[in-house]
Design a binder for this molecule. Structure first.
Ligand SMILES: Cc1cc2nc3c(=O)[nH]c(=O)nc-3n(C[C@H](O)[C@H](O)[C@H](O)COP(=O)(O)O)c2cc1C
Length: 218
């Protein structure tokens, strides 16, 4: 059950900030109980410390799902340069916008190269998002800009992004709400870069940290 602080696409509208995971989970526990349903409930979205995880487990969650903390892991498939962007980000560097052609609000870093890019749609190679009729909201937005600027070498498309190509090129830096707290989970080197963590370190921190604390790497 993903709450409004989750990464990337949200199952909420642009009013996501009016909801919180704790209330949704409590409501769902109540519903399952009333209906006599035995379905494991797994909350996700903003569970940033072991203490956060424990509090959900203590209130009846079967498990928790976490992601953002692992974007700073060495094992994470993002290029190291992009991991550093996540680690550097402050709260005001993150937005929920409407540029995903899926129609869902999407949380991402505001400095993602994908924002405003007017790349030619690359559906022949990566047309994952095409609907049954071969349509995509980005293609419509791109064609509109090309028609408006017939002489331009390259257009800028601000309202939609070519998600397939941008994801493939690691140019669409979707992220979780608490990405701005990643810098508190590691050490900063004298050159300003942040130390990447092992996935094992992060996992153990979730398992063993107490009192909302986060263990820094050795
Ligand atoms: C970088 C990133 C991108 C994500 N993109 C999506 C997505 O597009 N759609 C989705 O349903 N979940 C997406 N997730 C959400 C995760 O599946 C997960 O449920 C959620 O982020 C957990 O919360 P946390 O990141 O605060 O730990 C993404 C997570 C991250 C970290």
């Amino acid at each position: 059950m993903e709450g409004p602080l989750a990464g990337g696409h949200l199952g909420f509208g642009m009013d996501w900030a009016n909801y919180n995971l704790r209330d949704i989970v409590t409501e769902m526990h109540q519903y399952l109980k009333t209906e006599g349903l035995d379905i494991p409930l797994i909350p996700a979205g903003g569970i940033f410390t072991g203490s956060d995880a424990v509090s959900y487990l203590e209130s009846g969650a079967a498990a928790v799902q976490v992601a953002t903390r692992f974007t700073a892991a060495r094992e994470c498939g993002l290029p190291d340069k992009v991991k550093q962007e996540y680690l550097k980000a402050n709260e005001e560097d993150i937005e929920v916008n409407g540029i995903s052609p899926t129609g869902y609000p999407m949380r991402m870093l505001k400095n993602s190269p994908a924002i405003g890019d007017g790349i030619r749609p690359n559906c022949e190679a990566y047309g994952y998002l095409l609907d049954a009729k071969g349509n995509c909201a980005y293609i419509d937005a791109y064609n509109r800009e090309v028609a408006l600027h017939p002489d331009a070498k390259k257009v800028s498309v601000k309202d939609k992004t070519c998600l397939c190509t941008a994801m493939r090129n690691f140019d669409c830096w979707t992220c979780g709400h608490y990405t701005y707290r990643l810098k508190d989970t590691t050490r900063k080197a004298p050159d300003g870069s942040y130390q990447l963590l092992s996935a094992e370190h992060i996992f153990r921190d979730y398992q063993f940290s107490t009192d909302g604390k986060i263990a820094l790497p050795a």
